[in-house]
Design a protein around this ligand. Structure first.
Ligand SMILES: Cc1cc2nc3c(=O)[nH]c(=O)nc-3n(C[C@H](O)[C@H](O)[C@H](O)COP(=O)(O)O)c2cc1C
Length: 337
């Protein structure tokens, strides 16, 4: 196994086997106001949405996680099966491995066997800076999975803790703009657990992108994940750094609140990822101003069952707030403490 394969496998194994969650889940700071007189019938509730031009059965995406090592093919296949069954979107993990070595392509391309209504390709911002042929690589990533959109992930927290991390960020915004202007598919800028601030969103809205995935704090902590990897390598200092930055980042719901109005005015969609556990969190995300919600780590085990719970709890939350459809959910009252 080469280093990248090993790293990809370790990420999945660590998230499945250890506690990698932020110490606090910020969705608990908010409460949807109960409607004791909903005046709707539960069987009339319509959870369907259109997102980036695609029709989804509910406002949900399985966030990109993996690819690039043998077992990843099975994981992506299972996630695609779930996405097809529930009519939700799905992302793959960073496609760097396959863009640099074709033998890994099938670990991502497997999802093409399934009718996933919105497929999202994935590349890292640090790689865009490294690759001389970045636009060509982005196009290859899209073709590899017949993607409907591509996410450019920002993961500088992870890079700073990762023992072998790439800490180059100069020129990122310019590259994102270049990609968004050169390709025909929608571009999503996606944080991976540390959130998007108002100032960053302000910079991004003029870059030609279609959506921002706030990828905020409260769920999987990549600082935690890399702390475990550092420990395995006996790198005590990076392990300590990972512990110090374990809870770093802008919490997902607060990140949405920060940028919602700005993005709405600019016509840019918001994806809420980070700590989403069930349909109540999805409903809260939408009531706070996100267009759609997304979760990653919870689907690594018993994914099909988790999605059923997601669907049922979203519908229940919509019923109990008197929301016949997702547009009405956007208007429900939400309290914070
Ligand atoms: C094992 C694992 C691998 C991940 N790899 C990627 C990746 O390659 N690219 C990416 O954009 N995000 C990646 N993510 C981040 C997720 O898409 C998501 O933003 C993050 O896990 C927060 O969501 P959660 O709290 O529901 O897990 C990964 C997450 C996990 C758990």
């Amino acid at each position: 196994m080469n280093m990248m394969e090993e790293r990809k496998k370790e990420h999945v194994d660590i998230v499945k086997g250890y506690n990698t969650k932020h110490s606090y889940n910020y969705w608990d700071d908010f409460m949807l106001v109960h409607n004791a007189l909903p005046e709707i019938n539960m069987n009339e509730i319509d959870t369907r949405v259109k997102f980036l031009g695609k029709k989804l059965e509910m406002p949900f995406i399985i966030a990109g996680m993996t690819g690039g090592f043998k077992e990843a093919k099975k994981i992506n296949e299972e996630l695609a099966r779930i996405a097809e069954r529930y009519g939700v979107g799905m992302g793959v993990g960073s496609q760097r491995a396959a863009l640099e070595d074709k033998k890994y392509e099938e670990t991502y391309a497997i999802i093409k066997k399934y009718r996933v209504p919105l497929k999202i390709a994935n590349v890292g911002a640090p790689q865009l800076l490294e690759w001389r042929d970045a636009i060509e690589k982005v196009e290859n990533a899209i073709d590899m999975i017949s993607a409907d959109a591509i996410a450019i992930h920002l993961n500088f927290l992870q890079e700073v803790i990762q023992p072998e991390g790439e800490r180059i960020a100069k020129g990122c915004l310019k590259k994102i703009k270049e990609v968004a202007e050169s390709i025909s598919k929608p571009v999503i800028v996606k944080e991976t657990g540390a959130g998007i601030s108002y100032k960053v969103a302000e910079k991004l809205i003029d870059s030609g992108i279609a959506a921002i995935d706030v990828g905020g704090a409260g769920g999987t902590s990549f600082s935690a994940v890399e702390a475990y990897r550092a420990r395995k390598r006996n790198d005590k200092l990076q392990e300590e750094l990972g512990k110090i930055f374990w809870d770093w980042g802008i919490p997902t719901p607060y990140s949405i609140l920060e940028i919602a109005e700005l993005c709405k005015d600019a016509g840019i969609s918001i994806i809420a990822t980070g700590g989403i556990r069930h349909g109540i969190d999805v409903a809260k995300a939408i009531a706070l101003g996100a267009d759609i919600a997304s979760a990653a780590s919870i689907f690594l085990e018993n994914g099909m069952e988790k999605m059923e719970i997601m669907a049922r709890s979203l519908k229940a939350a919509m019923f109990l707030t008197g929301s016949k459809n997702v547009d009405e959910l956007r208007e429900v009252e939400i309290w914070t403490f």
